[in-house]
Design a protein around this ligand. Structure first.
Ligand code: GLN
Length: 224
């Protein structure tokens, strides 16, 4: 990414399953270039990646079938800015509760995530949230969503459900986090007609600077 492109970084949306189109539209609204990623060569070209909501067990299986699992895991570990929403948050968790026996994640966030956490008690719901760095509250849509049960020392909590929330069981739960270049939300910021979470992420991508796979690999070799 040279200076000219830095203003409009190329962000991929993992397009194996889930709400891909909505993320592409939001990323464009937020000032990025956005492309669907289905092949390793497409992953190689992007500066950053969004992992959409959908069904994490399916995204896990398909990413293996499409030879994307290891390349994505490696690029996240090498510092590629990544946003995961709902099932995407599950895919970014280093530790998963409530997954299927053989379910794997890309990792990248030092968090414990519980899959279908709200689902067992209140399933889908909508909630106003205070989100770090955003002035006005965010209208968040949760669909059989995970929550974050525990965060490691390097993880910043960006949003939690207010303690006085009417939804019993949801109150106080962590629903958005960031660790360096990787961020995740339990909810679906792509469907509420509000591009502020995508703008937050695109700013993070701009700050992270050049991040093609080749450059990143070279940087990690230099750092030994
Ligand atoms: N429950 C889904 C899963 O386990 C996530 C739901 C969603 O992404 N809306 O992957």
């Amino acid at each position: 990414m040279d200076d000219r492109d830095r203003a409009r970084p190329l962000v991929g949306v993992l397009a194996l399953q889930g709400d891909v189109r909505e993320h592409l539209a939001m990323l464009r609204a937020a000032g990025a270039q956005a492309v669907a990623v289905r092949r390793p060569a497409e992953l190689h070209d992007v500066d950053a990646l969004v992992i959409p909501g959908g069904e994490s067990t399916t995204i896990d299986k398909l990413s293996h079938i499409f030879d994307l699992f290891e390349p994505i895991k490696e690029r996240i570990a090498a510092g590629m800015p990544t946003l995961g929403t709902c099932a995407g948050m599950i895919m970014l968790a280093d530790h998963l509760h409530g997954g299927t026996a053989d379910q794997e994640t890309f990792g990248g966030l030092d968090i414990v995530v519980r899959r279908n956490a709200f689902g067992r008690q209140i399933d889908s719901f909508e909630q106003e949230l205070t989100f770090v760095g955003l002035e006005e509250p965010l209208h968040a849509v949760f669909i059989r969503a995970p929550w974050v049960e525990k965060v490691g020392a390097g993880v910043e909590v960006l949003a939690e459900v207010a303690v006085d929330a009417a939804r019993e069981g949801a109150a106080g739960r962590i629903v958005a986090v960031r660790q360096r270049n990787v961020m995740a939300t339990s909810f679906h910021p792509e469907i509420a007609g509000d591009d502020r979470v995508h703008r937050f992420f695109v700013d993070l991508v701009r700050e992270a600077g050049p991040a093609t796979a080749t450059e990143t690999a070279a940087q990690s070799r230099e750092q030994g």
